[in-house]
Design a protein around this ligand. Structure first.
Ligand SMILES: *Cc1c(COP(=O)(O)O)cnc(C)c1O
Length: 396
């Protein structure tokens, strides 16, 4: 089928929930991907920060192949080895003690909020409200739409589930004002990713943590995008001197396979058998791949590499900022980076990069985001910056 035929088919058979870029990707290797016309792209979108080890990394492929020949799925009624190995790895390398596996970031946050509500019922006189922030992104289920403080995602679906209060990000006073005897938790991204790569003040999370402790409410960190090495440490909370009581993960921990997880400290591990569940959660095939990916990431210290290459990339972007006066901001941590403009050129720039073989993500009308795989090299960053410079010239 030709490229245009695939795209016509999509128009016909798909619910139209997303404006796609007119490329049909058919193959990937490392930081590169190819479309059905044989065109090559440098992939700085990485499946929205999921393909941490790049496309089809040999350790992920091998784990999938071996597990697919051995045992693909059972229900969670039985013990299976890959999910236990993955859980152990996550517990050993985080400040949390227990894990629940699901299939996506939204589900991970849902589970985290359900656990916080158990805590509220059992220990806080039935408190159930969760404070979240404007410009956050926590997923697309109805409850996570209520948690996500962006009216564009909420308005089409009102009335929304109750129990979520959205307040300003990076503002401890706003959290204090919203806290009441009904509050059971605060849910935050350490860095707001989809909402604009918004980096809070260095002491914000510490202040939130101490407020939560003072009020005996839980701090839930949504590390769905910032986790798995993306921001230069295995989890972003490590950089802010805090420890979440509950943490949600997904995206990068699977390096391309669909998995979500939430982890809790021992003292808040309050579920009893039957109170939460997932049919595919902890699926052996997916867990084997995620375990291989995460182990490789840890063994090869990819978070530190993400930090180093991320700093290199940011320096290059800063020099582009000197060259083009309509670049108003370069911001990021590790390999989660945004470039912001004084004009609404996000869409056009995304296309201009695409035409030159670079995949980037239009983040906002006036911003683009880069989330290359953690295995990206300086040479590949140089190539991307070269393409970006040409694309920016076209816009200048
Ligand atoms: C992407 C994302 C989600 C939602 O993850 P899905 O797998 O799409 O459900 C939740 N939180 C954050 C911070 C995200 O970046």
């Amino acid at each position: 089928m030709s490229q245009s035929n695939w795209q016509e088919l999509e128009k016909k058979v798909f619910l139209q929930t997303i404006k796609r870029v007119s490329v049909t990707l058919v193959r990937g290797k490392g930081a590169e991907a190819w479309d059905d016309q044989g065109r090559e792209y440098l992939d700085f979108v990485s499946g929205w920060a999921t393909n941490s080890l790049g496309h089809c990394h040999p350790v992920v492929v091998k784990a999938l192949e071996e597990q697919a020949k051995t045992l693909i799925h059972t229900s969670s009624q039985f013990y299976t080895v890959p999910q236990l190995e993955l859980a152990q790895l996550l517990v050993e390398h985080s400040c949390l003690d227990r894990v629940f596996f699901c299939n996506s970031g939204a589900e991970a946050n849902e589970g985290a909020v359900k656990l916080a509500r158990r805590y509220g019922k059992l220990r806080l006189n039935g408190a159930y409200e969760v404070i979240t922030t404007y410009n956050s992104f926590h997923g697309r289920t109805l409850a996570m739409t209520a948690a996500t403080g962006q009216t564009k995602f909420q308005e089409p679906y009102t009335p929304l589930p109750v129990g979520f209060i959205n307040v300003e990000y990076n503002n401890i006073e706003a959290i204090k004002r919203a806290t009441s005897e009904k509050t059971c938790a605060v849910l935050l991204e350490p860095i707001q990713a989809e909402g604009g790569v918004n980096i809070p003040d260095d002491d914000y999370l510490r202040k939130v943590q101490s407020w939560c402790r003072e009020k005996s409410i839980l701090l839930i960190l949504d590390e769905v995008q910032t986790g798995a090495g993306r921001t230069g440490t295995l989890f972003a909370y490590e950089q802010y001197g805090v420890e979440p009581d509950i943490m949600a993960l997904a995206k990068g921990i699977g390096s391309g396979v669909p998995i979500g997880a939430f982890l809790a400290k021992e003292e808040y591990s309050l579920f009893s058998p039957g109170e939460h569940g997932s049919t595919y959660g902890g699926n052996p095939l997916v867990c084997a791949a995620a375990h291989a990916a995460l182990k490789y990431m840890i063994d090869h210290n990819l978070p530190a590499q993400a930090k180093r290459i991320g700093n290199y990339f940011m320096t290059q972007l800063e020099s582009l900022k000197q060259q083009f006066d309509f670049i108003t901001d370069v911001r990021g941590r590790g390999l989660l980076i945004a470039l912001e403009f004084s004009q609404e050129i996000g869409d056009k720039l995304q296309l201009a990069c695409l035409d030159r073989g670079l995949l980037v993500n239009r983040l906002k009308p006036n911003a683009v985001r880069f989330m290359p795989p953690l295995i990206i090299t300086e040479k590949e960053v140089d190539k991307a910056v070269g393409i970006l410079r040409d694309a920016l010239k076209e816009k200048a």
